[in-house]
Design a protein around this ligand. Sequence first.
Ligand SMILES: [Zn+2]
Length: 98
Amino acid sequence: MKNLNKLELIERAIHNDKLKKKLGYVCVYCGCTNRLILTIDHKTPLAREGKDEDSNKQVCCYVCNQLKGALKHEEFKRYLKNLYELNSLQKYSLNLMN
Ligand SMILES: [Zn+2]
């Protein structure tokens, strides 16, 4: 992604806030609703040829976003499912069933 100047960063932050409002203030992976740590994540990361457009964006908490790294949405869901099956834990989120 190109370097953004201050005005572009502010415009991006405003746009991301609108997007969170539209998509809902909830992490698609863990169901976290703490607005202070909700971020906008690229389903297919930019590093993996994902596009920087709204159809490729989702709401995701900071923790899940960090864990997801450069994984694609479906790859990260598989990773979480495997992780929880290995640990015999309950489903991380009902969202994983989608
Ligand atoms: Zn999360």
